[in-house]
Design a protein around this ligand. Structure first.
Ligand code: GGG
Length: 356
């Protein structure tokens, strides 16, 4: 199979982990007889520095004409300390999602058995946890009108959802539920928010098309508690943009670390695959970032955008073998891990490559 992949490392550790992600894609291509060609492009802080624009037109055009995008992360601490900055790295991420119509963000929360002890949650509660989050990605408070009034003393962000937006993400989640345990939890805040009341109304309507799927509705606050108390009660979870962002960071602790969680953003055009973690400038350049989320994102890319399930499984199995052999990056190491088994970014990547 011939495919063209755009590598968009972005900022901070995005650069380090996507370099490993590309290497594993190369190895898969060689092993399975595919021809993958690559290009790269700028986004985020590095794009602002080079062009003044967090999503240059050239990057967007390259994304649109590629078969898939392997993405890193965006962000830079300089903007965290400057809340008045008008141009920010995250604007590039949001514009990319809107322009590519990436309305569904799939975030699998899969616990590798070997990492049971890496989590701060008790192993007996955690064992068997396997959740697929569907985070809506192009609506909600992220994209509504925002601004200041009263001479800048009052700020506002509007949350908006249309029936159409809720219906299409709900349908994607129900389709996935049909291929899994036929169990779906829709998360909202319908006791308070009007957008959530529309969300619930639409999900209830879509549910009529999937009578085999057992549906429950939970408030976001209760879900935050249940994820830690009883993660195995969830299978497919569908929720709004902001709730999904927060809940999946929390749920990363089920998988042991943010460094383990991959994601797929899909919708109308080219799919974008990236770790859920950000640019992590505190560890940038130290060579200690966990590359497994980027490798698992490459596995999602192979499966979802290219339909290469065996190749995708080969990558996941390689990660499993490396973890079974006892190798860890420092974010997933625990007190039992011998210091010679704690690897840096490149060495962990090499171990995975050796097991493909
Ligand atoms: N790889 C994910 C990433 O770069 N996250 C940084 C960020 O700004 N995320 C905001 C969001 O996902 O809504």
């Amino acid at each position: 199979m011939k495919k063209h992949i755009l590598i968009v490392p972005g900022d901070g550790i995005g650069q380090e982990v996507t370099a490993v992600g590309k290497k594993v894609l190369d190895k898969i291509a060689a092993k399975f007889g595919h021809e993958f060609t690559y290009d790269s492009a700028l986004i985020g802080h590095v794009a602002i520095e080079a062009t003044g624009n967090p999503l240059p037109e050239e990057t967007l055009q390259k994304m649109k004409s590629s078969d898939a995008v392997l993405f890193g992360a965006v962000g830079h601490p300089k903007y965290d300390n400057d809340p008045t900055a008008k141009v920010r790295p995250e604007q590039g991420l949001l514009k990319m999602r809107k322009e590519l119509g990436l309305y569904a963000n799939l975030r699998p929360i899969k616990l590798f058995d070997e990492l049971l002890s890496a989590s701060s949650i008790k192993p007996e509660i955690l064992k068997g946890a396997d959740i697929l989050f569907f985070r809506e990605l192009t609506g909600d408070i992220y994209f509504g009108e925002k601004g200041r009034k009263n001479n800048g003393d009052t700020a506002f962000d509007m949350a908006e959802y249309s029936r159409y937006e809720v219906e299409r993400i709900a349908r994607k989640a129900f389709e996935a539920a049909m291929t899994r345990k036929k169990k779906l939890c829709s998360v909202d805040k319908a006791n308070v928010l009007e957008t959530s009341r529309l969300w619930r109304e639409v999900v209830q309507k879509v549910a009529l098309e999937y009578p085999e799927v057992e549906v429950e509705h939970q408030f976001v606050d209760a879900t935050a508690m249940l994820l830690i108390k009883d993660p195995c009660r969830f299978d497919v979870v569908v929720t709004a943009n902001l709730f999904g962002d927060i809940l999946t960071d929390e749920a990363s602790q089920i998988a042991g670390s943010m460094g383990m969680l991959a994601s797929a953003s899909i919708g109308d055009g080219t799919g974008v695959y990236e770790p859920i973690h950000g640019s992590a400038h505190d560890i940038t350049g130290k060579g200690v970032a966990n590359p497994l989320a980027s490798i698992l994102s490459a596995a999602l890319l192979l499966d979802i955008s290219f339909g290469l399930k065996a190749e995708s499984d080969a990558l996941i199995n390689a990660v499993d073998k490396v973890l079974k052999a006892g190798f860890r990056t420092r974010d997933i190491a625990d007190s039992q891990t011998a210091s010679n088994m704690v690897l840096g970014t490149e060495a962990m990547g090499e171990q995975v490559l050796n097991n493909i």
